[in-house]
Design a protein around this ligand. Structure first.
Ligand SMILES: [Zn+2]
Length: 321
């Protein structure tokens, strides 16, 4: 039997379940599922069947078709009615569901705090959401942004990026066509996503320039940063993708890519980073060291935020921290 799995964590946990089933702590996430996987594979092994597990990537063009199909089946299964004898199938236990998902295995006060924060942050304007979002690993984000590995000028820049504190952001970008209003980027002429009120906030402009703007000179800087990340991830054995956290904030927690390190250029990190750091042996300071590798590109992106300057004159010109 061949098993295709997109989660390195699941593969490793299942392997651990085989070799040392008593090594899990009671609060281990999805322990019931890990044990069920181990039991199923053991039962098949006892019937003389062998199996091999292959790590695949999900949601990319190279994802095997059978993996996509099983993903669809799993999604459909979530809407099936509960079996009539489901209580017999479960061992006595309890868990808290939030939007239909178990939010934590053991820590009630942490769950309540998370729900409280989620409620408060739901009232915040959209450009401040990353600062409180449950998907963001706030401690690591702070440790990265305040790391002594960063030059003071880069620490200051990451702080400004997070809050959109900058001079000379574009004015008059709010346009109405056919009864529909939106902000249009004066550089690339595309819609500035997430900006849905007449006032364009600096944080929205930063997010657009750093992660979305399609002006070739700016895209070139982003590509160079991605190259630095690819070089770094080659040694750390984990994929790093430069992407805005704004894109994943609306997703349910289970859709956060477990084996991909998402790097928002404002320094925001996702909560999956903690486990990835443990698994691939890196700390916030190591990510700060990665940021210093593309310090020069960030300085140029920072200058591209100033609408009075021309990206074609900024990019490639010598920059000084
Ligand atoms: Zn643009």
């Amino acid at each position: 039997m061949s098993v295709l799995c997109d989660s390195l964590c699941t593969i490793q946990q299942t392997d651990r379940g085989f070799h040392d089933p008593d090594s899990f702590s009671p609060g281990t996430a999805n322990l019931d599922l890990i044990r069920a996987c181990v039991a199923e594979l053991e039962a098949r092994r006892n019937r003389g069947q062998t199996y091999e597990i292959y790590k695949v990537k999900s949601h990319v063009p190279s994802t095997p078709q059978e993996h996509v199909y099983v993903d669809e089946l799993a999604k459909e299964a979530t809407s099936l009615p509960t079996p009539v004898d489901h209580l017999r199938l479960l061992s006595p236990s309890w868990c808290i569901l939030h939007h239909g998902l178990p939010v934590t295995d053991s820590d009630l006060s942490k769950t309540l705090l998370e729900l409280h924060v989620a409620k408060v942050s739901s009232d915040l304007p959209s450009f401040l959401k990353p600062l409180t979002a449950a998907h963001v690993e706030h401690k690591w984000t702070r440790q990265l942004s305040e790391s002594t590995k960063l030059r003071p000028s880069l620490r200051e820049m990451l702080c400004r990026f997070k809050f959109g504190a900058l001079k000379n952001k574009p004015k008059h970008t709010w346009t109405t066509q056919g009864g529909h209003s939106e902000h249009t980027c004066p550089r690339c002429k595309h819609r500035i996503t997430g900006a849905d009120t007449a006032h364009l906030n600096g944080a929205q402009w930063v997010d657009h320039i750093l992660h979305y703007c399609t002006v070739p000179a700016i895209q070139h800087l982003r590509d160079r940063i991605q190259d630095h990340c690819d070089n770094w991830s080659g040694s750390a054995d984990i994929d790093v993708r430069v992407q805005s956290v704004s894109e994943v904030l609306p997703l349910p927690a289970y859709q956060l890519p477990p084996d991909e390190l998402l790097l928002d250029l404002r320094g925001f990190l996702l909560r999956t980073v903690r486990r990835q750091g443990g698994e691939f042996d890196f700390l916030p300071d190591d990510l700060a060291a990665l940021f210093t590798k593309f310090n020069s590109e960030l300085i140029q992106l920072d200058r591209c935020l100033d609408i009075t300057l021309d990206p074609n004159h900024i990019v490639g010109a010598p920059s000084h921290a």
